[in-house]
Design a protein around this ligand. Structure first.
Ligand SMILES: [Zn+2]
Length: 265
């Protein structure tokens, strides 16, 4: 037995049971009218798996309604395989790899990854850090913006990403149009508690921003300094290292909503 032998990865009934246990821990809820009682199973040979009937609004539904799995011809157990593969590997999984592993078309695999990434978007998250906690901030340039030609040098053609990591906690990444003091300040102040200690490199856009936190530690990369005691940004740089090894083709086509993502290290 291994995690890959779990029935919900292979059997459609088990897959529905698994999703129902996650989405409806206290029993089914009608997505049309919100009813929690008078919901019955629709059995019978021609009935779709997991089909339910609401006695209040007299409509039918399955647990897929209102989730990223809605209106897809891909069996749910394959969706569960896809989400497991995407979440279980630190560097993610490319749509090509998913297409080969799941034996779905490349187009389908690409669509599935797209939808699953959208589902990973988290909004209105509480601030990171807090008293006695340390948050590292840094930015990186990655891939190539859509429709922009590859020049010989510089970073103008690349996508700009600002990253925040709470040491021992979670990571958030943000796509920005340009790494400006204004853009960075907005992201950092909206996402990091003022009681935190902020760790950054020597970049100018952190100088004033740093004063808004309980302490501001900096490393001077220009002087080939990478850590001084507790002052370092190695955690966020390590994350960027992994992030860049993800499938860049897919990163170039991320949906616009994919700008606030919480990742767990
Ligand atoms: Zn209903």
């Amino acid at each position: 037995m291994s995690i890959l032998s779990k029935p919900y990865f292979h059997d459609e009934h088990a897959a529905f049971e698994k999703l129902e246990s996650i989405i409806w821990p206290d029993g089914p809820i009608c997505p049309h009218c919100g009813a929690v009682d008078r919901i019955s199973e629709i059995n019978g040979k021609s009935a779709r798996i997991g089909l339910k009937f609401c006695g209040h609004c007299r409509k039918q539904f399955t647990v897929r309604v209102g989730t990223v799995f809605e209106r897809s011809h891909v069996p749910l157990h394959k969706w569960l395989q896809a989400s497991y593969l995407m979440c279980a590997s630190k560097k993610g999984i490319s749509a090509h790899q998913l297409h080969r592993t799941l034996e779905v078309t490349y187009k389908t695999a690409w669509f599935m990854e797209h939808r699953l990434r959208e589902a990973m978007v988290q909004d209105n998250l509480p601030p990171m850090g807090g008293s006695g906690k340390t948050v590292e901030a840094d930015e990186t340039f990655i891939g190539r913006r859509k429709g922009v030609l590859m020049p010989k040098g510089g970073v103008a053609h690349k996508m700009k990403v600002v990253g925040l990591v709470e040491r021992g906690g979670t990571v958030r990444t943000f796509k920005v149009d340009a790494v400006t003091a204004k853009a960075v300040r907005e992201i950092v102040t909206e996402n990091v508690s003022r009681e935190s200690e902020l760790q950054t490199d020597e970049a100018q856009h952190y100088v004033n921003l740093g004063k808004e936190f309980s302490r501001h530690g900096t490393v001077h990369h220009r002087d080939k300094q990478y850590a001084a005691g507790n002052d370092y940004t190695n955690t966020i740089e390590g994350f960027f290292g992994l992030f860049k090894r993800r499938d860049l083709v897919d990163l170039g086509t991320v949906p616009p909503r994919f700008d606030r993502v919480g990742w767990c290290l």
